[in-house]
Design a protein around this ligand. Structure first.
Ligand SMILES: Cc1cc2nc3c(=O)[nH]c(=O)nc-3n(C[C@H](O)[C@H](O)[C@H](O)COP(=O)(O)OP(=O)(O)OC[C@H]3O[C@@H](n4cnc5c(N)ncnc54)[C@H](O)[C@@H]3O)c2cc1C
Length: 308
């Protein structure tokens, strides 16, 4: 119930205006967001790199409704790619297609993606397309596949809560897709997504084991296991050991500020870990989705804010 309310609020403009002007909320968001500037994102990325972790930088923003804002968001990505090169960070970038103008026109969005991919390729890094709500899955996969014809430094995301995802992953494995698998963070109807967490988790594990099969590695398929769930992490590790999947044939991904000890433990055991670092002024929907995932965060934050 609370999860649904928080997810509704994450896209409600009236709530956004109230929360973003509330300085205590801004302070609370810092648990999940590296800061509002490129310098703060670079500092967080350097810290993760020093701990042996790779990074994916996300300049926060989504649901952009006009051309100028989409072009500005693209320019922001050019700036962070310059910073990655300048500071020699072990980092790639994560983008949202609605931030790059998908709701304005697919053509604008693809042009912006091409600029970002060309720049990323020039500096030797990659671009990952985040997956948004289920309304965007077809368009996202279509754009990903189109761009794949001209760029090999691109990946995207599949969400295990969607009923269609196992079938999508079978095709993507044959195509050699570089895919981040996550549970999924949006409010979805039961017609498209499993309502029960147990089904979402079981789907995640089935997809992981299928995708990591040796024959799929021959196509170039590569899995980024994006979860903080210890059960899924352990099942992935067991599967890799039992099936001789080398540690460099997949990676774990986790969000900035969540389960930081697990991130370090995996690195210390010799596994690849990439930390997703969001930054920028548009932190509201991202912050609300993090609260929705774990409503206990809300009470923790409220308690901390009012007992200082
Ligand atoms: C690198 C990365 C990229 C992602 N990209 C996308 C994307 O493109 N599209 C999309 O829809 N979703 C994305 N997500 C979010 C994802 O879909 C889940 O909503 C999120 O990861 C929580 O699920 P979980 O797998 O950690 O499992 P859960 O079962 O939700 O959590 C397992 C455990 O992790 C910890 N935990 C999880 N979330 C939190 C939190 N917010 N605060 C504190 N502790 C927490 C808790 O200890 C919890 O018990 C991404 C997640 C990661 C890690």
């Amino acid at each position: 119930m609370l999860r649904s309310v928080l997810l509704y609020l994450s896209s409600a403009r009236w709530a956004r205006a109230i929360v973003m002007n509330f300085f205590l909320a801004r302070r609370a968001a810092h648990r999940f967001v590296a800061g509002e500037t490129v310098d703060q994102a670079v500092a967080a990325a350097k810290e993760m790199n020093q701990k042996g972790m790779m990074v994916s930088l996300d300049h926060l923003g989504e649901s952009v409704k006009d051309r100028e804002m989409a072009i500005r968001a693209t320019d922001d990505y050019m700036e962070i790619l310059d910073a990655i090169y300048h500071h020699q960070l072990d980092a790639n970038v994560s983008v949202k297609l609605t931030q790059l103008g998908l709701d304005v026109s697919a053509e604008l969005c693809v042009d912006n993606m091409r600029r970002i991919l060309a720049k990323a390729s020039e500096i030797g890094t990659s671009v990952n397309i985040d997956m948004e709500s289920s309304d965007y899955v077809d368009a996202t996969l279509r754009i990903y596949r189109d761009l794949l014809k001209d760029f090999d430094n691109i990946g995207t995301v599949i969400q295990s809560y969607l009923r269609r995802s196992e079938a999508d992953m079978q095709t993507l494995a044959q195509e050699g897709g570089v895919i981040r698998l996550c549970k999924g963070a949006y409010k979805e109807p039961a017609t498209v997504a499993f309502p029960d967490k147990a089904d979402v988790d079981a789907s995640f594990i089935r997809i992981t084991k299928e995708y990591m099969k040796p024959e799929n590695r021959e196509t170039g398929a590569y899995l980024k296991v994006a979860t903080h769930d210890p059960k899924i992490i352990n099942e992935t590790l067991d599967y890799a050991k039992e099936n001789n999947v080398p540690a460099d044939a997949f990676e774990f991904q986790m969000l900035y500020g969540i389960r930081t000890q697990t991130q370090q433990d995996l690195v210390d055991q010799g596994y690849q870990v990439r930390v997703y670092i969001p930054y920028g002024t548009e932190w509201y929907p991202y912050f609300m989705r993090r609260l929705a995932e774990r409503p206990a965060n809300l009470w923790f934050i409220l308690k901390n804010l009012f007992t200082r």
